[in-house]
Design a protein around this ligand. Structure first.
Ligand code: NAD
Length: 360
């Protein structure tokens, strides 16, 4: 089904089409499907900024040599509960899953695991890794930095110095789905500013500064040169979170921090420090699960404020989006779709082939 600005896609044909494009970068079938499944899952969870719209960027990163295919994680530090992993600039989707699988095994063995993962290409939606741990009954904390063109200004700064540095915490519960708190420390994703700019819209105050550091509502300042910057959420509090994500996700992970200009390269590297905790090993008398249940019941007994339909906890909006999008399919805007077809053609895959895959 098509309208003027978007086409509606079904998850499985889209997975097949994306896997075909990723295979065109030389990935073995398993990796191609891991990348495709991960990106489509981000769309299903409602985070289109981290869904299939990333394919053109990945293809460019591969073509410029910044993204390596079919890489395995290289363990550089292996000391009981401490793991230091080098992702060898491989796809974050395959390296991330393998690294998290190792970390989960260590957390089971020792009760806790601290894992630094660096030199890895884009890890996508960070909540994915917290979900992998929570599905195994583990609490996890993730601090992530982004090595690409810096987009976000420090509180009080007049220019960008770091990326959208996401932070994520997953908490498994006994009688409910896990809490998955997962957000960028910038007030909004840069992709959302591009959409507003393309539509000729202004955005609300408190999101952007222009190249002189003056507040503006014009999204062009993070889309076209000369660039201004995005601001962090929560003023200096969000800046503090972004700072610790840079130092823990960048410096302590071994991946490196953002401290120089990036000249036009399309690759996006992430560094991630993850701490995994087995609650069953710290807990006494089932206290953790009982107290969590008691608190959530108390929380949910709150009266709903005017203008809201209900109180949601972190992870719930994504599950709601997924139920609806799996049922109805979801829209990919036509600009993004044509960039995806263009990326396929750069790899020698005819647009018609991708079209026929996505049409089922
Ligand atoms: P967001 O602003 O949509 O916030 C998402 C978080 O808020 C989730 O935990 C969600 O469950 C919770 N939430 C949303 N609405 C809620 C409500 N009404 N009540 C209670 N909780 C609610 O997310 P974002 O900052 O735009 O980030 C989107 C994604 O981008 C994340 O998955 C993040 O990991 C990813 N990201 C990745 C990178 C990278 O380099 N790999 C960089 C930045 C962001």
């Amino acid at each position: 089904m098509m309208d003027d600005t978007a086409r509606v896609v079904r998850p499985q044909p889209l997975r097949d089409a994306v896997a075909r494009i990723i295979a065109g970068t030389g990935s073995v079938e398993r990796e191609a499907h891991q990348v495709a499944d991960n990106l489509v899952l981000a769309n299903l969870k409602g985070h289109d900024s981290h869904g299939v719209g990333m394919v053109p960027r990945y293809v460019d990163a591969y073509l410029e040599g910044g993204l390596q295919v079919n890489r395995e994680p290289l363990v550089r530090v292996d000391a009981g509960p401490m793991l230091g992993i080098d992702g060898q600039f491989g796809y974050g989707q395959s390296i991330g899953e393998a690294a998290m699988t190792m970390a989960i095994a260590r957390a089971r063995q020792h009760g806790v695991c601290v894992m630094g993962l660096g030199q890895v290409h884009h890890l996508g939606r960070i909540g994915h890794w917290a979900e992998q741990a929570a599905n195994q009954g583990l609490v996890s904390l993730h601090f992530v930095n982004v090595l690409a063109r810096p987009l976000v200004a420090p509180w009080g700064g007049a220019a960008s110095r770091f990326g959208t540095n996401p932070c994520c915490i997953g908490i498994p519960l006994r009688n409910a789905d896990p809490i998955i708190l997962d957000y960028a420390t910038s007030v909004v994703a840069q992709g959302k500013m591009r959409v507003a700019h393309n539509k000729g819209q202004r955005v609300r105050e408190g999101m952007l500064i222009d190249p002189e550091g003056t507040p503006t509502t014009d999204p062009a300042v993070v889309v076209t040169e000369p660039l201004g910057a995005l601001l962090t959420f929560g003023e200096y509090k969000g800046f503090g979170m972004a700072l610790v994500c840079e130092l823990l996700g960048g410096a302590l992970s071994g991946g490196g921090t953002c401290h120089q200009e990036v000249h036009g390269q399309r690759r996006v590297y992430n560094g991630m420090l993850s701490v995994l905790i087995d609650p069953a090993r710290l807990d006494r008398d089932d206290h953790f699960f009982r107290e969590s249940d008691a608190f959530l019941a108390w929380l949910r007994s709150v009266p709903v404020a005017p203008g809201f339909d209900k109180v949601r906890v972190a992870g719930e909006p994504e599950r709601e989006a997924m139920a609806q999008r799996e049922r109805d399919g979801f829209e990919v805007d036509l600009a993004t779709w044509s960039e995806i077809l263009n990326a396929a053609e750069k790899l020698g895959i005819a647009a018609a082939q991708v079209e026929s895959a996505v049409s089922g």
